[in-house]
Design a protein around this ligand. Structure first.
Ligand SMILES: Cc1cc2nc3c(=O)[nH]c(=O)nc-3n(C[C@H](O)[C@H](O)[C@H](O)COP(=O)(O)OP(=O)(O)OC[C@H]3O[C@@H](n4cnc5c(N)ncnc54)[C@H](O)[C@@H]3O)c2cc1C
Length: 289
């Protein structure tokens, strides 16, 4: 089923993001974790595309394996990093051959050690160009990234919204947001997006905090902030302890409840391949899903 159909009804849409493990053992463990996720019948599972296209084949292989083994719509991510138009076309053809009906279209980050994004020869410099390219060639449902706190390269978050509008105008059906922990940032972003004429579903991206130090590293990279009151709740416990994990999960439940009470179309959970925590979060939200 395509994105536009998934979000058509009033029912909340649950989606979960996973990444392709590097080893066979990692894949085996991921499928054990996916058993927890499968119980909740998410509308789709999306599979990330590694920095610099490093997981190109693994992304496609995992899309195929998840689709066949657990029969849930599985959506590959695709970035412009190091990719010519011909590389992008090949990826789209392969994804289509594997039964994909949707795609998450991204520009990607500059490779390690570089601060400025440089498009590949004959490639694209921004995600709106990739969206237009996909729309021209395929029938895929297309999701793009949105940034409640602004993108790290764009100092003016309102300008970032104008760029988001370009992605939607180029043919995106859906916005999946970057992770955030302060719902007021999301509400402000959503309001500004609607005012800018963005009328596709805007789905909050949620990363439950299991290991605080790990999430601090992720937020430092993507420019999201961790509110002081959340930090205070988490640092009351040793890093990576059971109590810290429980505190992180409790915050995620409260955060999601507030979002779901405020008319979001669904949740996109960044699982970091942890099916158990994802499942506990969704179980705690059983009044909604
Ligand atoms: C839900 C989600 C999933 C993700 N999955 C992956 C993944 O699988 N693999 C991966 O490598 N990364 C992933 N990312 C990260 C993403 O690749 C980075 O955030 C990247 O830096 C920006 O990608 P984008 O598609 O938002 O780019 P763009 O929309 O192109 O934006 C990039 C920057 O350029 C600016 N900009 C946009 N359009 C224009 C324009 N036309 N002219 C001038 N400036 C412009 C924006 O303000 C922004 O600062 C994901 C992010 C999210 C939110």
């Amino acid at each position: 089923m395509k994105f536009d159909q998934m979000y058509q009804s009033d029912e909340l849409v649950l989606s979960v993001e996973i990444f392709p493990p590097k080893t066979e053992k990692g894949v085996r463990l991921l499928f054990e974790e996916l058993e927890h996720i499968k119980r909740h019948q998410p509308a789709f599972i999306s599979v990330t595309y590694g920095a610099g296209g490093s997981t190109r084949q693994r992304t496609l292989d995992l899309v195929k394996a998840v689709r066949h083994r657990i029969d849930i719509e599985t959506v590959p991510h695709l970035t412009c990093v190091g990719a010519s138009q011909s590389d992008l076309s090949t990826f789209l053809d392969d994804a289509e051959a594997q039964g994909a009906e949707n795609i998450v279209a991204l520009r990607g980050d500059p490779p390690k050690g570089e601060t400025v994004f440089r498009p590949a020869a004959d490639g694209f410099g921004h995600a709106n160009e990739l969206v237009a390219f996909i729309r021209q060639r395929t029938d895929f449902g297309i999701a793009v990234a949105g940034y409640p706190e602004g993108h790290q390269e764009c100092k003016d978050w309102q300008k970032d919204i104008a760029y988001l509008k370009q992605k939607v105008d180029a043919g995106a059906d859906l916005v999946l947001t970057q992770l955030f922990y302060d719902n007021t940032a999301f509400f402000r972003f959503r309001e500004a997006a609607v005012q800018a004429g963005i009328h596709v579903p805007i789905v909050p991206g949620i990363l439950p905090i299991v290991k605080f130090k790990q999430v601090q590293r992720i937020t430092a990279l993507c420019g999201a902030t961790i509110p002081d009151q959340l930090t205070t709740r988490l640092i009351a416990y040793p890093d990576d302890s059971h109590d810290q994990k429980e505190a992180g999960l409790a915050y995620a439940v409260e955060q999601c409840q507030e979002l779901l009470d405020d008319d979001v179309p669904g949740l996109h959970i960044f699982s970091l391949n942890n099916g158990h925590i994802t499942s506990r979060l969704v179980n705690a939200l059983s009044d909604y899903f």
